[in-house]
Design a protein around this ligand. Structure first.
Ligand SMILES: Cc1cc2nc3c(=O)[nH]c(=O)nc-3n(C[C@H](O)[C@H](O)[C@H](O)COP(=O)(O)OP(=O)(O)OC[C@H]3O[C@@H](n4cnc5c(N)ncnc54)[C@H](O)[C@@H]3O)c2cc1C
Length: 571
């Protein structure tokens, strides 16, 4: 009997455990397995195999029962998911349904989730920009949160490393506040985007519009073919899962790569309830898992643990990892875990029309989505009555329009002869928010989910800085659109509640000092060194860039450090 037990423990013991198989967990799995560590990846959702589990990927619009829209009852049953632009008939199977995974909104907060192997990497919009020192130095310069324990030089090589493997399309723009990367050819701006770029640069000199940088294989390199991926076909059906592997996802890239090493064990349907802390050893020894089908509780053991459950779920499971040494959550000696949660302010957008450039239209689809306006406010110095700044997306397009006047044969003739309308231009803001103690998540003391995990309470709101920033975005873009001669300018504010940006960050922030932060510069818990957090929970501040590329780079960097520490007996 005791031998049986020993065997069973052996079977449940690995060199490393990764919690979550999304963008950051996929990278942890790839790096750990490549470096020779037997690695268990625990994923709460079902398995999603590349290509075979993308049921809608090759469907024609007429093959969808509702022509791509979701029935009203599905929309009504999922008010949170339904506010995400990508929740449609072709992709709804990759989204968490509201009723299945409840959480408590102390203030309105859209928590958009994808619980499956690959996480949200199947759904993301693939926008990828590096941070610069203007971002890492932000909290210290402007006096909020705590100082980042790293600078651009600490992560630059790791950006290069992940970019080469993931495949990032972009142009070398030479901007100090948006460093260039290892790019595949960028996707050109269309006629109206390019026209706007020139007008804006002429007028301001320091406002740039660049081709959006995105994780698409515009021209694959051998390393992408080795992953089994092929050139992006510009279908723009990415949210269905791409059978070509044309964009980066864990499913098409990092996870199959990890599997090929022979060192990966992937266990879907495994919700990690907590990390186990051994008081005698003074470190974490493993994790406690609930099998989501059988509800059986199983323990797995490893020398090092990477927590990559996505920002708020990482907060949840670490707060839930209590012991007599850590009664308030693993590593939470200072009581700050769950606090200083921040996000991106997407609360305003603006659109216009342009009557010029009628001789041009677009040809095919741009998977990058169009242009990107890097942050231009408060970059070199403070110049407005709000802190930090915003980036913005930009896209221009023409639509086929039809003259609906007339009757009988005339109407028929009109309907059969669509014509190209004017250019439409639209832009949405992506603002940095200031992490504050009063924006936090915590565990409900009584309510639990189907698997017995406490419900997460989310208490996050916009502040005055966010409102001023939204107003500035509208004012500045209105001015820029006017200078370009655009007409019918229409702005919308208060378009989204926090969370709908799907860039939630913080709660387990990095910093120099264990008194004011949870993680050190290597993403290790200050108080439990063999536990690493490299998803959005680790972020000390948010910058205005899309965050996932930074999670990838931080993850690869932390794994490199962790494995060196394991190999020299430090962990
Ligand atoms: C529509 C959409 C558009 C987006 N666009 C962009 C973009 O353009 N650029 C960008 O940078 N980001 C974008 N994002 C955000 C991006 O998807 C996330 O930043 C990224 O996926 C985060 O990676 P992650 O590994 O932290 O989490 P995820 O990719 O969400 O993966 C976390 C995984 O952990 C699992 N998990 C959770 N809890 C547990 C548990 N207790 N036990 C076991 N497993 C668990 C989940 O099931 C999930 O598979 C977008 C997201 C969406 C939905």
């Amino acid at each position: 009997m005791s031998n049986l037990n020993i065997d069973s423990v052996k079977q449940r013991t690995f060199d490393a455990i990764v919690i979550g198989s999304g963008i950051s967990g996929g990278w942890a799995a790839k790096e750990l397995t490549e470096k020779g560590l037997k690695t268990l990846v625990l994923e709460r959702g079902r398995d999603v195999k590349h290509v075979v589990d993308y049921p809608t990927t090759n469907m024609y619009p007429y093959e969808f029962e509702h022509r791509g829209e979701l029935p009203i009852d599905v929309q009504k049953a999922n008010p949170v998911a339904n506010r995400c632009y990508a929740f449609k008939e072709d992709s709804a199977h990759f989204f968490v349904k509201d009723a299945e995974h409840p959480y408590i909104q102390e203030n309105p907060f859209d928590w958009i989730r994808g619980y499956q192997v690959g996480g949200k990497s199947l759904l993301w919009a693939r926008q990828t920009q590096r941070w610069s020192d203007f971002d890492f130095e932000g909290p210290a310069r402007d006096g909020f949160a705590v100082d980042w324990p790293i600078r651009y030089k600490d992560i630059a090589l790791w950006y290069s490393y992940v970019e080469k493997f993931a495949g990032i399309a972009g142009d070398k723009d030479g901007l100090s506040h948006l460093p260039d990367g290892e790019f595949l050819p960028g996707y050109p701006l269309n006629a109206v985007e390019d026209y706007f770029k020139k007008k804006v640069l002429d007028k301001y000199g320091n406002r740039h519009i660049i081709s959006a940088r995105c994780a698409h294989l515009s021209k694959p390199e051998p390393v992408h073919h080795q992953q089994g991926r092929a050139q992006c076909q510009n279908r723009r059906l990415c949210q269905r899962g791409c059978p070509f592997g044309g964009y980066f996802s864990s499913n098409s890239s990092t996870l199959p790569w990890a599997e090929r090493t022979g060192n990966l064990t992937l266990r879907p349907f495994s919700v990690v309830e907590s990390v186990i802390y051994d008081e005698q050893k003074g470190k974490a020894t493993g994790v406690r898992v609930i099998d989501t089908n059988t509800k059986e509780v199983i323990e797995y053991y490893a020398k090092i643990i990477f927590v990559n459950a996505s920002a708020l779920n990482t907060n949840l499971l670490l707060l839930n990892s209590t012991s007599s040494r850590f009664p308030n959550g693993l590593g939470n000696d200072n009581g700050l875990m769950g606090k200083y949660v921040a996000f991106h302010n997407y609360s305003a957008r603006i659109s216009a029309e342009y009557e010029g450039l009628q001789e041009f239209t677009t040809d095919g689809r741009n998977p990058a989505g169009g242009g990107y306006i890097p942050r231009f406010r408060n970059v070199l110095k403070q110049e407005t009555d709000f802190l930090r700044g915003y980036a913005a997306g930009l896209s221009g397009f023409r639509t086929l329009e039809r003259d609906l006047s007339g009757q009988g044969p005339q109407l028929k003739e009109n309907l059969l002869n669509p014509f190209l309308g004017p250019w439409h231009i639209s832009s949405h803001m992506m603002g940095e928010t200031i992490p504050k103690e009063s924006n936090y998540v915590s565990l409900d003391s009584t309510q639990k989910d189907t698997w017995g995990m406490p419900l997460l309470k989310v208490s996050v709101v916009y502040d005055e800085n966010d409102h001023k920033m939204s107003k500035d975005f509208v004012d500045q873009l209105t001015e820029m659109f006017t200078i370009a001669g655009f007409s019918n300018i229409q702005a919308q504010t208060n378009t989204r509640v926090p969370g709908n940006d799907i860039h939630e960050m913080g709660g387990v922030r990095m910093g120099h000092d264990p008194k004011t932060s949870l993680l050190n510069k290597w993403n290790q818990l200050h108080a439990c060194k063999n536990v690493f957090v490299t998803d959005g929970a680790c972020m000390t501040s948010t910058a205005s860039q899309n965050p996932s590329l930074t999670y990838m780079a931080l993850t690869a960097r932390a794994v490199d450090y962790a494995v060196k520490q394991v190999n020299n007996g430090q962990l």
